[in-house]
Each structure stands twice: as structure tokens, then as C-alpha cells.
Design a protein around this ligand. Structure first.
Ligand SMILES: Cc1cc2nc3c(=O)[nH]c(=O)nc-3n(C[C@H](O)[C@H](O)[C@H](O)COP(=O)(O)OP(=O)(O)OC[C@H]3O[C@@H](n4cnc5c(N)ncnc54)[C@H](O)[C@@H]3O)c2cc1C
Length: 291
């Protein structure tokens, strides 16, 4: 590890001022589960590390139909919180698939989104949820839709003098959800992952469908063709299977050191079919429970 200055600002303004002072030479430290390995291997050599763990960014609240999560919300909180389980259970399911219990105890929502690993579960989930991200810099706050936040491999819309402070997602009560993934070993990053959200109208037809993938492109991506072919239709086994095929065929993953592009694409189709079926079952159960 290359030596660096360590700062632990006590307020957001102080943190922004330190970012402005150090600009590209600074790295924000949240849970450290991605940053510390980069420091250890000299892949990141910041002049200053700004530890944001003293900032008041770990709040979880439901307000105006949206779940608002501070950037320092730990993966373990996403997994275990009753409020999150009720308002947006897909986040709990996605968080439970991350790494291991140690990583989930320390890693944060904001850190996962800012790091933007293309195979990570939370970026995919928030893209499926059409989340909004609050970024705070010297000129105040701005809100960026999740679909515009991820710009490329490990690259986001965050400017050097900006902090991700909050993420808000719509409350998804009543919608079915499922996250499916395949990893080479338990606890590894997924080769491919998929998140599905599905809502049904009173006639049992799909009135909302979201399908998002991780591990198949430099950023998490939606499969709008599959979503369109579900909306307005009964979620029959045949339609779900066709939607999974449409989703798979819309992807153009690349081969890498682990697997071929063809295998990744095949996996995406299989996982999408499973996730669609599970989300549909939950949507039907929820519709029956509220009838
Ligand atoms: C063994 C192991 C297995 C893992 N497996 C998985 C997995 O299966 N799936 C998965 O998704 N992840 C996995 N991870 C990564 C883990 O989820 C990390 O917690 C996450 O990627 C980063 O969150 P963090 O809070 O630790 O961020 P840090 O490591 O502290 O920071 C990561 C990056 O984000 C920036 N940053 C952090 N917070 C902010 C903020 N609020 N505003 C602006 N920039 C910020 C930092 O400067 C840094 O560049 C694994 C990690 C380990 C060590």
C-alpha cells in the first residue's frame, strides 16, 4: 500500500471541501471492500483517503411512496431490515447474494454503486427499480436516474468533487420480484445475474415488468424488448419463456478469461426464465392476498 493522508470529515460540507482540495488525488472510503483491495495491490494510489463513515448517511426511511436509503446503508442492513423487506424486498434478495457475511457487514450501497462493477447485484437492482441517486458537490445537490448513472466499466456520472449521498426507489409493495444469478463458487461475483420485477392488474395481466441484467455488458442493462412483450398480457408459461428468449437475444456479452460470450448469453436466458417464473408466482400470491 502506498502511503496516503487519512481524513475523516465530520460533515458533508467538510467532505466536499476535502474532495475539492484533493480532486483526482482523493479516494472516498466507505466500507472499503472494493477500495482496500485496490490500495493493497497498488491499483489505486490516492494522495488522500477520505473516510466518510462519520457522515450521517445511513438513514433508511419511507417517504411519499419512496424508500430513501443513505449511501452508507450496509449490505447487511439491506438484507435484514424489516422496513426494506416491506417496502422493496428485491433489495434484500440482491444484497443477500453479495460476497460473504464479512463483506456484507462492511460494504455499503453507495460504495457498490460508485464502484460500478458490471457484475455487481446492487447496481443491477437499482437499474431495475428506476432508482434516483442524489449526488452532492460544491454547487449543491443533483438527482441522476439510475439508468444514466452508470457510464461504462467501473465508470459513473460522479464528478471528482461529488459524493453519492442518497438513493431512493419506489415502494414496490404488491409487485413480484426475483433475483437469480450464477457464480463459479459460492460468494464469488456472479458470471451473470438478473433481476425481475412484475406487477399484475386486477384481471391478472402484467401491468409492470422490469428485467435487468448484470455481467453481460460494461454496465447493468435493462431488456426493454422483454418488458414490452410482457406488459398488457397474461403471464403464461409460454409468454414468460418467450420474454426470456427475447431478453437473452438482446444481449451481446463478451468472452473473457472465465467463460465464452455464448455461455454467458445462454446463462442469461436460463436465469431470466427462472426469475420471471419466480417473480410471477410472487405477484400472483400478492394479488391473492390483497383480494
Ligand atoms: C471477497 C469479496 C467478495 C465480494 N463479492 C461481491 C459480490 O458478489 N457482489 C458485489 O456486488 N460486490 C462484491 N464485493 C464488493 C462489495 O460489495 C463492496 O462492498 C462494494 O463493491 C463497495 O462498497 P464499499 O462500501 O465497500 O465501498 P469502498 O470499497 O469503500 O469504495 C468503493 C469505491 O466507491 C467510492 N465510494 C464509496 N462510497 C462513495 C460515496 N458515497 N460517494 C462517492 N464515492 C464513493 C470509493 O471512493 C471507491 O472508489 C466483494 C468484495 C469482496 C472483498
Amino acid at each position: 500500500m502506498v502511503p496516503f493522508e487519512y481524513e475523516a470529515p465530520g460533515t458533508i460540507d467538510e467532505a466536499i471541501a476535502l474532495l475539492a482540495k484533493h480532486r483526482d488525488e482523493a479516494k472516498v472510503l466507505a466500507g472499503g471492500q472494493s477500495l482496500v483491495p485496490l490500495l493493497n495491490y497498488w491499483l489505486a494510489r490516492p494522495r488522500a483517503v477520505l473516510d466518510i463513515n462519520r457522515l450521517p448517511l445511513d438513514g433508511v426511511r419511507v417517504e411519499d411512496g419512496r424508500l430513501r436509503l443513505g449511501a452508507l446503508t450496509r449490505h447487511a442492513t439491506l438484507e435484514d431490515s424489516d422496513a426494506i423487506a416491506q417496502a422493496c424486498p428485491v433489495l434484500a434478495e440482491a444484497a443477500a447474494l453479495i460476497g460473504n457475511v464479512r463483506v456484507r457487514a462492511l460494504g455499503t450501497l453507495g460504495g457498490s454503486l460508485a464502484h460500478a462493477d458490471p457484475a455487481a447485484e446492487l447496481p443491477m437492482a437499482i437499474v431495475a427499480l428506476d432508482a434516483r441517486l442524489t449526488l452532492q458537490g460544491r454547487d449543491g445537490r443533483r438527482t441522476v436516474p439510475a439508468g444514466e448513472f452508470f457510464r461504462g466499466y467501473l465508470t459513473t456520472a460522479l464528478e471528482p468533487v461529488e459524493l453519492l449521498t442518497e438513493v431512493d426507489v419506489p415502494v414496490t409493495r404488491g409487485m413480484g420480484h426475483a433475483v437469480e444469478e450464477f457464480a463459479r463458487r459460492l460468494g464469488d461475483f456472479a458470471l451473470v445475474a438478473v433481476t425481475v420485477l412484475m406487477g399484475l392488474d386486477r384481471a391478472g395481466r402484467v401491468d409492470e415488468a422490469r428485467v435487468a441484467f448484470a455481467g453481460v455488458a460494461p454496465t447493468p442493462i435493462r431488456a426493454p424488448g422483454a418488458e414490452d412483450m410482457l406488459r398488457g398480457h397474461e403471464p403464461t408459461a409460454e409468454r414468460l419463456s418467450r420474454a426470456a428468449t427475447v431478453a437473452r437475444d438482446s444481449l451481446a456479452p463478451e468472452s473473457d478469461a472465465f467463460v465464452s460470450a455464448a455461455y454467458r448469453k445462454h446463462l442469461a436466458g436460463v436465469l431470466a426464465r427462472r426469475a420471471l417464473a419466480r417473480a410471477m408466482t410472487r405477484a400472483v400470491e400478492s394479488a391473492c392476498a390483497s383480494a
